[in-house]
Design a protein around this ligand. Structure first.
Ligand code: R5P
Length: 285
C-alpha cells in the first residue's frame, strides 16, 4: 500500500504512513501562470494506493481530482477526505440552489476507486452521494483522550446545539464528565443566537465541542453566554478547525482559555491527530 498526501494533508498523510510503516510518495504540486493547479506523482509504480487530502478550498478539491486521475493505472485506489468542504450544503435550502455536497461527491470518481473515508462529516447522508462505499470515521474518542489529559476539575462538556450532542457525549464517555447542549438559531452565515438551558456552570470548567468552527460565531456567542453565567475557564474543541475570517481573534476576545482541534485541517490548534483512526481503517481493507 502506498500513501499519497495531498497539499492540504501533508502532515496527516506522513503520520498515517508512519503508523502503517510506509513512506509517503513525493508529488509536485504547483500552479500554472494562469492559476490552474498542477500535480505530478513522482512514482511510476503505483498499484495499491491511498490518497489523503482534505478539501478545505476549491483548489484542494482539484488537487484531489488530479491525484485520483494520475493513479488511473493503479489496481485499487482508496481516498481519505479528512475534512470534506461543502458537506454543510447537503440539501436545497432555497429553490434554485444545488446540493453542493452531492455535486462534489459526484466528481470524486474513478474506475478503480475502492473505498472513501471521511472524518466526522457534517451530515452522514452525504456519503450516499459517492459512487463507491464511503464510511465516516469518528474522532470523538481521540478528542476525549486529549480532554482527559487536561486535568480539568468539575468539567462540563457542552455542545453548542443539539446536533453536536452525540459528539460531546462520545468525547466525554469514560471521563465521568457531565454533558449538555445549548440552543442555537442561525441568523446568517456569520451570526447566530445562542440560548442556554437550565444548567449551573458557576465555578466550573466548561469544554464547548462541535464538529467544526468556521467563522467562530457559534462558539464566541456560547463562550460569552457561559462566562456571563459564571463559568470558570471555557475551552473549545472541534474536529475541523476551519477557523476562517477573524475566528481565532473573535474566540479570544470572547474569553476562551484555549482551543484544540484535530489535524483533519492542519492548523496551529491541531493538537490531536486522527492518523491512528485512518491507519486502522486502511489496515483492515
Ligand atoms: C453547524 O451546524 C456546525 O456544526 C457548526 O456549528 C458551524 O458550522 C460553526 O460555524 P461558525 O463557526 O461559523 O459559527
Amino acid at each position: 500500500m502506498k500513501i499519497i498526501g495531498g497539499p492540504a494533508s501533508q502532515l496527516l498523510a506522513s503520520r498515517v504512513a508512519r503508523e502503517l510503516g510506509a513512506d509517503p510518495i513525493l508529488c509536485d504540486f504547483n500552479r500554472f501562470p494562469d492559476g490552474e493547479v498542477y500535480t505530478r506523482i513522482q512514482d511510476e509504480h503505483i498499484n495499491d494506493v491511498t490518497i489523503i487530502q482534505s478539501t478545505t478550498t476549491d483548489s484542494d478539491l482539484v488537487y484531489l481530482l488530479q491525484m485520483i486521475d494520475a493513479c488511473e493505472d493503479a489496481s485499487s485506489i482508496n481516498v481519505v477526505i479528512p475534512y470534506m468542504g461543502y458537506a454543510r450544503q447537503d440539501k436545497k435550502f432555497k429553490t434554485g440552489e444545488p446540493i453542493s455536497a452531492r455535486a462534489v461527491a459526484r466528481t470524486i470518481n474513478a474506475d478503480r476507486l475502492n473505498r472513501i473515508f471521511t472524518v466526522n462529516i457534517h451530515e452522514k447522508s452525504v456519503l450516499d452521494y459517492f459512487s463507491t462505499t464511503a464510511s465516516d470515521l469518528d474522532a470523538s474518542k481521540l478528542m476525549g483522550s486529549h480532554l482527559g489529559s487536561l486535568n480539568l476539575t468539575d468539567t462540563l462538556v457542552i455542545a453548542p446545539d443539539s446536533g453536536a450532542i452525540s459528539l460531546a457525549e462520545s468525547a466525554a464517555a469514560n471521563l465521568g464528565m457531565d454533558c449538555d447542549y445549548l440552543e442555537k438559531t442561525r441568523i446568517s452565515g456569520d451570526k447566530v443566537a445562542i440560548k442556554t438551558k437550565e444548567m449551573d456552570v458557576t465555578g466550573r470548567d466548561v469544554v464547548l465541542i462541535d464538529d467544526m468552527i468556521a467563522t467562530g460565531s457559534t462558539m464566541a456567542e456560547s463562550i460569552r453566554l457561559l462566562r456571563d453565567q459564571g463559568a470558570k475557564d471555557v475551552y473549545i474543541a472541534c474536529v475541523h478547525p476551519v477557523l476562517t475570517r477573524n475566528a481565532v481573534i473573535r474566540l479570544f476576545n470572547a474569553g476562551v482559555r484555549d482551543i484544540f482541534a484535530t489535524d483533519t485541517i492542519e492548523k496551529a490548534q491541531s493538537c490531536v491527530s486522527v492518523a491512528p483512526l485512518i491507519a486502522d481503517a486502511i489496515r483492515i481493507l
